[in-house]
Ligand binder design. Structure first.
Ligand code: ADP
Ligand code: MG
Length: 258
């Protein structure tokens, strides 16, 4: 059914986060819409990973509001400290999001298939016979069905990351968060992972992607966000962002990336 108001999948407003005296996020706001692919770029230490981790409740925020698909995860009254919903709600809301890390984080003692079916069985209580065909379809989708019985140490980095993507998808998230998914890979292996991500984008998966891959950001992302010093300095549609960056810091960053 056509809709004039797009669904807001993640709404983050005025997010503040400090580690000790180090204020890492200084009022970051983002609305991520259904089917949108947003690339987050910026120098090392600018708070990109922390922002993603706050959305996924791997870190707690000090102040601000986070709403996932219309459900509050954390909110602040005025300048007050953010209050979270209870733990069961946090877990339930958190399952709407899947995350893919730079370091893959596969279980080394489990085969590829077992890695993919583990969370659906343990967390969702799915039956093995229900999830195995689905996991096999996901492995086929990422081009790794023939590796279903291999252990992670037999895979290349690119293959490990594609398994990690299949594993995230097995939980049927509405949103996927990626934190530099290709940064740990040899250059010749980044393409296969980016191709998988591009296919997900074409299927209208909602994705928030921290990346150094400017080609991917330009070609696949609908919108690009540039973070520096715990702020969103500049953002815009991918075409205009790269063609005519406005801010000096954005220009300097893009210049260095070329
Ligand atoms: P980016 O992903 O953009 O490189 P990060 O979000 O990882 O940036 O880090 C931003 C800042 O927060 C850095 O100064 C980093 O040292 C600090 N930081 C991140 N995580 C922690 C933590 N768990 N404890 C203390 N400091 C942290
Ligand atoms: Mg990071």
């Amino acid at each position: 059914m056509p809709s004039t108001t797009p669904d807001v999948m993640i709404s983050a407003q005025g997010i503040h986060k400090a580690f000790g005296g180090n204020e890492v996020l200084r009022g970051v706001s983002l609305d991520l819409l259904r089917g949108e692919v947003v690339a987050v770029i910026g120098p090392s230490g600018s708070g990109k990973s922390t922002f993603l981790r706050c959305l996924n409740h791997l870190e707690t925020i000090d102040r601000g509001n986070i709403t996932i698909e219309g459900e509050a995860l954390a909110r602040s009254e005025g300048e007050g400290k953010a209050q979270y919903v209870d733990d069961a709600e946090i877990r339930r809301i958190g399952r709407k999001m899947g995350m893919v890390f730079q370091s893959f984080n596969l279980f080394p003692h489990l085969t590829v298939l077992e890695n993919v079916i583990e969370a659906p069985i343990i967390v969702k209580g799915m039956k093995r016979e229900q999830i195995v065909p689905k996991a096999e379809a996901l492995l086929k989708k990422v081009g790794l069905l023939e590796k279903r019985d291999a252990y992670p140490n037999r895979l290349s980095g690119g293959q490990k990351q594609r398994v990690a993507i299949a594993r995230a998808l097995a939980m049927e998230p509405d949103i996927l968060l990626f934190d530099e998914p290709t940064s740990a890979l040899d250059p010749e292996l980044t393409g296969e992972v980016l191709r998988t991500m591009r296919e997900l984008a074409e299927e209208h998966m909602t994705m928030l992607v921290v990346t150094h891959e400017m080609g991917f950001a330009r070609e696949v992302a609908n919108r690009v966000i540039f973070m520096d010093g715990g702020h969103i300095v500049e953002q815009g549609p991918a075409e205009t962002f790269f063609a005519s960056p406005q801010h000096g810091r954005t220009k300097a960053f893009l210049h260095n990336m070329l």
